[in-house]
Write a protein that binds this ligand. Structure first.
Ligand code: MG
Length: 393
């Protein structure tokens, strides 16, 4: 029997983290959880530590770490340096990044730098830091042999990017004509511009098909999420933004597709359940049984597709422009979006105001220097954008 793959799970308390725990719990023969990290959910972390007996757990603040009630043999650590230390541990083979925010980029760079596989659900990693992350993934692939793809080292968990990845297996990059990112369209797919002006947080949080955290659910309603995914796809698959299309597909069964130079399309279909892309990122290139419901075409019945309306959902256009303008504009997009969504949820910004804030932030920060910020410069830019987005109208 082969040795289980050692996993460090960053963000074990969030929506993706808890689903990753479920998936890992079903494959104890293949994976061993070496380290668990969370921001603040001490109770949940203790529970996870009792179930999986990792070597170490990390919680953001020092006082919280000291108070943890852990089984014997489980070490504790705290702070940002602790994350960089655990991802580089010798017994960690794969780092699963389930945290949001630019802060995860530091861990991703540290993990790739230490030669670890990174499976990431974190959008900032690629949207803001694609120019830093992809060269490391490519270098690892080159070092480990001609057949290896950067996608062996940097594995997407986002369902759309997982779908595209699965469609590309066995294909020649030169045969790819277009990536087709599907979007559910969110709860306001048929709403008029006037209707959109009256959207409340409560209505926006009711996503028709996916079970997700609040931030990404609002991003799905504005289509900002799809905009961020266009930029992610551009980095992951090394295709120009002009060759990435968004297709509205309300049933969320086709998770995305690739069109090839002969005009034919390969798509990946599945139940809308994040445990599936999480599992694929862990077991690639193999597949394993899953406790998620199997896809049933007859139950699905019909699959609808239509073009997105960028007049009603301008975030899509703004994101495409940000992607073209480069990493500064993309960072402005993602950082301002976090603030704008929080303001919308708190009632201090209207629904359409989210896109207005994004556009203002991208305009303001796109043209500065350096064009390709290093990590510390990105962190600084993130703060500037956030301060701007807090008061933008
Ligand atoms: Mg997605």
């Amino acid at each position: 029997m082969s040795v289980p793959i050692g996993v460090a799970l960053l963000g074990s308390g969030g929506s993706i983290g808890r689903q990753a725990i479920e998936v890992l719990g079903e494959m104890p023969d293949a994976f061993r959880i070496v380290a668990l990290a969370t921001g603040s959910q001490a109770g949940l972390l203790e529970e996870q530590a009792r179930r999986f007996h990792p070597d170490v757990v990390v919680i953001a603040d020092e006082r919280g770490a000291a108070r943890l009630d852990l089984p014997s043999g489980v070490a504790r650590a705290s702070g940002a340096d602790a994350l960089e230390a655990i991802v580089a541990r010798e017994d960690v083979d794969l780092v699963l990044v389930a945290t949001g925010g630019l802060v995860a980029l530091r861990s991703v760079l540290a993990a790739l730098g230490a030669g670890k596989i990174v499976a990431t659900a974190n959008k900032e990693t690629l949207v803001a830091g694609g120019h830093l992350v992809m060269p490391l993934a490519r270098a690892l692939a080159e070092r480990h042999g001609a057949d290896a793809s950067p996608l062996h080292w940097l594995r997407p968990i986002d369902s759309e990017h997982s779908a595209i990845w699965q469609c590309l297996v066995g294909e020649d990059h030169r045969a790819v004509a277009r990536l087709l990112l599907t979007a559910s369209g969110g709860p306001f797919i048929d709403a008029s511009v006037a209707d959109l002006a009256t959207v409340t947080p409560e209505r926006a949080l009711r996503h028709p098909t996916w079970r997700m955290g609040a931030k990404i659910t609002i991003d799905s309603a504005t289509l900002a999420n799809k905009g961020l995914e266009i930029i992610e796809a551009r980095w992951l698959y090394d295709v120009p933004l002009a060759a990435i299309s968004v297709v509205i597909h309300p049933q969320s069964v086709v998770h995305s597709a690739v069109q090839f130079v002969d005009g034919s399309i390969k798509a990946q279909l599945g139940t809308p359940d994040m445990r599936l892309p999480i599992q694929y990122a862990l077991t690639y290139p193999s597949r394993r049984p899953s406790s998620a419901a199997a896809t049933d075409l007859v139950t699905a019945g019909r699959l609808d597709f239509r073009a997105p309306d960028e007049n009603r959902f301008p975030a899509l256009r703004i994101a495409r422009e940000a992607g073209l303008a480069g990493p500064r504009a993309s960072t402005a997009l993602i950082s301002s979006d976090e603030v704008a969504v929080a303001r919308f949820l708190a009632g201090s910004l209207d629904f359409q105001g989210i896109s207005r804030v994004l556009e203002a932030a991208v305009d303001k920060f796109c043209s500065g220097e350096p064009r390709e910020p290093a990590l510390e410069e990105l962190v600084d830019l993130d703060w500037q954008v956030r301060a701007f987005a807090e008061v933008a109208r």
